[in-house]
Design a protein around this ligand. Structure first.
Ligand code: LMR
Length: 334
């Protein structure tokens, strides 16, 4: 009776039934890379699937390329509820106090995507995501990007070639230590500022998976790049826990399905996207791409694996050990 009275009242006010339908729940998904990257494409896929499965009950607004927030600000915005979803690189959780995530930055800890997936698709990955809850954050998934190459304006064939160079890194103590171990000077900087810093010489070089380097046009301001594959860069998709827990159950289930499928999509395209970007850099003719010999790669490994031990007290010996056990990595066997 009450509802009828309300309906009659609204009609009397000139509102149609359609216009009184519930407003969609808005998810602002902010990220710092270009649309045309593994993360950019996966965020767009999540939007498509989330809106389809909830039949318009959820509207996902994707803000790429730091258009809404830069690295540090987006973390704060998520905690404050100004955005609902992010996919920061695993190297960016240290400042939040979740230092264990920096284990993903340890040089040469993964020998390829298969090793990585033993961690991200298994118990170790789930445990790591669980650590975010104490910060009011829910970890939904791991999305792949790829393995990093060093770049600079002079050739890089051996670890000593990076000595004295100012190298941009993400906000990870492990990455800072990695650069110091090579004798370079680490400079922490937001992703959105890297191109200009390279162009103006504020930094000499950087490290990236190829999709990031190419889509930010860093290859236009870096003459040399070496396929060292010395470390991994990938993402945790995260949401504000209070927001997520407060969603209607049915919507949450539909979003979980959308996340599951966009995660499969992300992890399926990541390698291919990076391979395509590498070819595009090669075709541009602006950066000389060097593939190290096995002996040269081993020299980088020998120089960098000691970073694991050095960072043990920060990351936690247990976390490092659990990754070694999952992948079979043995630092004593190089
Ligand atoms: C970087 O800052 O280099 C990356 O974390 C950017 C990204 O999100 O891939």
């Amino acid at each position: 009776m009450k509802f009828r009275a309300l309906f009659v009242g609204l009609v009397a006010m000139g509102l149609s039934a359609a216009s009184v339908a519930a407003e969609p729940i808005v998810i602002k998904f902010s990220h710092v890379v270009a649309n045309d990257t593994p993360k950019g494409k996966a965020a767009d896929k999540f939007k498509e699937l989330a809106e389809k499965y909830t039949k318009g009950g959820v509207k996902v607004e994707v803000y790429p390329n730091s258009t809404l927030y830069k690295d540090k600000e987006e973390m704060e915005a998520l905690q404050l509820g100004a955005v609902q979803m992010l996919a920061p690189s695993l190297a960016k959780f240290g400042p939040l106090g979740v230092k264990e995530f920096e284990a993903f930055d340890l040089p040469y800890i993964f020998d390829g995507y298969d090793d990585l997936h033993k961690v991200t698709s298994g118990a170790v990955g789930q445990k790591l995501l669980g650590k975010l809850e104490a910060r009011g954050i829910k970890g939904l998934a791991f999305w792949d990007n790829g393995f990093k190459s060093f770049s600079a304006n002079s050739p890089i064939k051996k670890p000593e070639d990076l000595k004295g160079k100012k190298m941009r890194v993400q906000s990870s103590k492990v990455l800072e230590e990695q650069m110091r171990t090579l004798g370079s000077i680490p400079q922490v900087m937001a992703f959105s500022e890297v191109y200009q810093a390279l162009q103006t010489g504020v930094v000499d070089g950087t490290e990236n998976p190829h999709s990031n380097l190419y889509t930010q046009k860093m290859h236009e301001v870096q003459k040399h790049m070496t396929l060292t594959d010395h470390g991994y860069l990938g993402y945790a998709v995260i949401t504000n826990k209070k927001f997520w827990d407060g969603l209607p159950g049915e919507i949450r289930t539909q979003l979980e399905q959308a996340m599951k499928e966009s995660t499969e999509f992300a992890n399926h395209i990541a390698k291919e996207e990076n391979d395509k970007s590498l070819e595009a850099v090669r075709a541009s003719g602006k950066t000389e791409i060097y593939k190290p010999t096995d002996a040269e790669k081993l020299a980088f490994k020998k120089a960098l694996v000691p970073v694991h031990k050095k960072m043990e007290s920060r990351i936690g010996a247990e976390t490092i050990k659990s990754i070694y056990e999952a992948t079979g990595f043995d630092p004593s066997k190089l």
